[in-house]
Structure formats: structure tokens, C-alpha cells
Design a protein around this ligand. Structure first.
Ligand SMILES: [Zn+2]
Length: 240
């Protein structure tokens, strides 16, 4: 019995372990011409070390991957970074094949409490995602910083979440779902603005990386879309 896993799965019933998620992505995209050696992966996760297993699993399968992420998992590389990433995509039969993974994250503590993780060699759980839980606890409160410091990633994360829905998040799971929406919105804002579809097929899977105590991470896909040469976005069957 694992209270953390039980809580994670009752919150995200479709969540699956990372290998299973990536198998599903590969299975879904193979008929669309995405091959393992020519597919280029770009990955957006939070800076938290707990997110590393996703990037590690992606690079194990697809070799190198371009990293997009900032606190909360929102892509934060700006126009210059996006242009660089898109210019690195291999060409296969005249077009590129780009897989975009955008995941915010949440931990479930040993007792199943959402929004925290007991990290190795620590006695007490800490917030996960730390940035999201910090925003949750400061909703409606003005925060002052000493002159020499900035909090640009948290400010931007808060701004992007307000853009997708103006109301307060209320709970750790609520703010995590809202962050996943913000990741999706920001990902497609850039991909659409740069008209990536003109030169490459793009499949984007966004959602939540779920850290479970004493158990491998799970992935809950909340949005999966594809755009090909016609420039029309269609829903993919969520691989998770
Ligand atoms: Zn985080």
C-alpha cells in the first residue's frame, strides 16, 4: 500500500509511468512518419531536480533534446530560443518531425498530501512544484523584493497562468492543472506564431509529471495536439 501513489492516481486517473507514456507517444506518431532517428524532441519541465527522469528517458530514446523549461515547466526561451530550437530539427523527406513535451509537475507526499515531496536525505517534505505552491500561497498578496534580486521566472509563470484563467487556483492540484493549461497555451502561441508547420510536422504533449513517494514518476497528459502541412491543429488521442 502506497498512500502517495493512491492519491496521485485518484487525482490523475489516466497517469502512466514515463516509459509507458513514451511508448504511447511513439506508437501514436509512428504512422504519421515520426521515426526514432529523425524525430527531434524539445522538452519543457521545471528546473526542479525531480523532473530529471523525464528528460533522461527522452534522451535515452531520441538521443539529444532541446531544453525549453523554466520554473513551473513553462517554456521560457523566448523568440530567439525557439528559432534556434526549430532550426535544429532534422529533415526527413523534405519535412521535419518535432515532438514537444511540456510538463508542469506536482508531488504527492508519503501520506498522499498533494503539492509536496519528501526528498532524499531530508526529514520533512518540501513543496513540489515549489514555484507553484509559492504562487498559491501568495495569491492576492503583494510581494516585495530587495533591489538586487528579481523573481522573473515566478512573475512570468504567474502572468501566463492569469492569461489562461484569471481566477485564483485555490488548491495545489488546482494550480497545477492551471499551470498545465499555461504550458499548453504558451507552447502553441510560439509554435503558431513561428508557423513551425510550414517546414515540420509537430506533435505536442502537455500535462503533469507526477512525483510519487517510493515509486517512479507518472505522466498525466492533459492536452495532445498535432499540426501537419495543412496548418490545421487536430487533437491526438492523449497518449497517457
Ligand atoms: Zn517546480
Amino acid at each position: 500500500m502506497n498512500a502517495s501513489r493512491d492519491a496521485a492516481l485518484s487525482t490523475f486517473p489516466g497517469a502512466v509511468p514515463i516509459p509507458e507514456f513514451l511508448d504511447g507517444v511513439a506508437r501514436e506518431l509512428a504512422p504519421r512518419g515520426f521515426t526514432e532517428d529523425r524525430t527531434f524532441a524539445v522538452v519543457s519541465t521545471c528546473r526542479d531536480e525531480l523532473t530529471v527522469p523525464l528528460m533522461r528517458a527522452v534522451t535515452d530514446r531520441l538521443d539529444l533534446a532541446f531544453y525549453l523549461g523554466a520554473l513551473g515547466g513553462v517554456p521560457s526561451l523566448g523568440r530567439t530560443g525557439w528559432n534556434a530550437a526549430l532550426s535544429h530539427v532534422p529533415v526527413d523527406g523534405g519535412r521535419g518531425h518535432l515532438v514537444v513535451l511540456g510538463m508542469t509537475h506536482i508531488g504527492f507526499g508519503p501520506d498522499g498530501t498533494p503539492g509536496q515531496s519528501l526528498r532524499r536525505h531530508q526529514d520533512l517534505p518540501t513543496p513540489t512544484c515549489g514555484a507553484l505552491m509559492s504562487i498559491l500561497h501568495s495569491e492576492g498578496v503583494a510581494e516585495a523584493l530587495p533591489d538586487a534580486l528579481d523573481d522573473n521566472e515566478k512573475d512570468r509563470l504567474r502572468h501566463l497562468m492569469k492569461k489562461v484563467s484569471p481566477e485564483r487556483s485555490g488548491t495545489p492540484v488546482g494550480i497545477t492543472r492551471r499551470a498545465a493549461q499555461a504550458v499548453t497555451a504558451e507552447m502553441w502561441a510560439e509554435l503558431d506564431a513561428l508557423e513551425a508547420w510550414r517546414t515540420m510536422d509537430v506533435a505536442a504533449y502537455c500535462g503533469v509529471q507526477v512525483h510519487v513517494h517510493d515509486h517512479p514518476d507518472l505522466i498525466a497528459v492533459t492536452d495532445a495536439q498535432f499540426v501537419g502541412a495543412d496548418g490545421v491543429r487536430t487533437e491526438l488521442r492523449a497518449a497517457g
